[in-house]
Design a protein around this ligand. Structure first.
Ligand code: PLP
Length: 397
């Protein structure tokens, strides 16, 4: 794969697409395709991939990626909110969509008309979905969730069996799926998954008329084949990031966060930068202003500890991160960079790489939060090899 060498003639489309962007999230579709293949490589051919694209596809851009995933034959999509599913349908996405989070009775009509599969947690919600479906002359496809020990959404064993039988009798519903979610999927010791599996299996045996079961997130998919069932809900792995304590099937990070230096200037020894002047130049220095801040989801706690890549070298972030920009110390570079030069906050430049995991560690969080935090103000640019791909609904192109 070509690296981002702005002088390579084949990259002119890319250079043109990003020339006037202060910052952009670049999504490498070749890496995405490799990740889908890597996930499939651990699955039986009959097991579906449920691509989890909640939270704006973990910052990668939900609508364009949903379209792309659809074009790649990925079977289903998973989101957390009904509104996320509605936005995908409104944009023309046709794949089956499972809402894994909470729905209200007031969501029933739009879910029925948009053919969105919700997870039903109560008889009250089941009634609303059945009524809406009947009014529309259709059946509402629904899933049920078993709380096998995570104690987040779902219903306990007895409750879910009763709810399932209740839903089965409602004229407007078709109970297509039953699912659960692991608590310790990526913990060093994921032994609790075995207990959860036993509980889930026991419920499934009692509800053997429900055709579709799913239980695995990324870590579970790679660590516990017994939990694959009919589909795996792949989130972080789809984006090329391997969960902790999990064998890596050859994932490639798809997301880079890049920016262009907005200002390059000299600092005299002792002069400070950014609010509070928390960093002072230890000697005469060259500073660069990067037009990305916590208002874009770039964490404030990275101030004075994070690094970025300029000219293929690590440069320290200095001073506090502001809402819309932060500063870097460019003094160690052989060349004085210029306004407009590329800065890599996440991703590769030359032989150096900044991973979501390394940024997460500096912020005391996990890679999921680092990428999902990247807000929509930053345009998304989709790229396949050296070409910029225009994906409808993407903000660039
Ligand atoms: C977010 C989520 C997933 C995806 O998890 P990853 O670890 O990102 O693969 C799967 N299932 C549920 C219920 C989720 O909320």
């Amino acid at each position: 794969m070509a690296q981002s060498q702005a002088d390579a003639p084949s990259l002119s489309a890319y250079a043109a697409a990003t020339a006037d962007l202060n910052a952009w999230v670049e999504v490498d579709l070749e890496a995405m395709a490799a990740n889908v293949a890597a996930i499939r490589s651990v699955l039986q051919p009959s097991t579906e991939v449920i691509a989890v694209i909640k939270a704006n596809a973990y910052g990668h851009g939900a609508v364009p990626l949903a379209r792309w995933l659809e074009s790649q034959g990925v079977e289903r999509l998973g989101v957390a909110w009904v509104s996320e599913a509605v936005a995908l349908r409104a944009a023309g996405v046709q794949s089956p969509i499972i809402v894994m989070g909470h729905a209200f009775p007031g969501d029933a009509a739009s879910c029925v008309s948009y053919d969105i599969t919700c997870t039903i947690h109560s008889k009250h919600l089941a009634d609303a979905f059945s009524a809406a479906a009947q009014a529309a002359g259709r059946k509402a496809m629904v899933h049920l969730k078993v709380d096998t020990g995570l104690h987040r959404f779902g219903n306990g064993d007895e409750e879910v069996v009763e709810l399932a039988e209740y839903c089965r009798r409602l004229p407007g519903l078709r109970v297509e799926g039953i699912w659960t979610h692991m608590a310790n999927a990526d913990e060093e010791d994921d032994g609790f998954s075995v207990e959860q599996l036993e509980r889930f299996r026991a419920v499934r045996e009692r509800l053997d008329w429900i055709p579709y079961a799913h239980a695995a997130n990324s870590a579970t998919a790679f660590r516990r084949p017994a939990l694959h069932f009919d589909g795996v809900r792949a989130g972080i792995s789809l984006y090329g990031i391997c969960p902790p304590n999990t064998p890596d099937p050859g994932l490639r990070p798809a997301l880079s966060l890049k920016a262009r230096l907005a200002r390059v200037f000299e600092l005299r020894e002792g002069e400070g930068v950014s609010y509070g002047l928390t960093w002072r130049a230890p000697r005469d220095s060259v500073a660069g202003l990067v037009p990305v801040g916590y208002g874009d989801g770039w964490r404030r706690s990275l101030g004075n500890v994070g690094e970025v890549l300029v000219d293929g070298q690590r440069c320290p972030m200095v001073g506090r991160v502001c809402m819309d920009q932060f500063l870097v110390d460019l003094s160690a570079l052989a060349r004085r960079p210029q306004e407009g030069d590329e800065v890599v906050l996440l991703g590769q430049q030359g032989s150096e790489q900044i991973t979501a995991d390394s940024v997460a560690e500096l912020c005391g969080t996990i890679s999921w939060e680092v990428v999902a935090a990247l807000l929509p103000r930053i345009p998304r640019v989709y790229r396949s090899g050296d070409t910029v791909v225009t994906l409808e609904g993407g903000s660039a192109g």
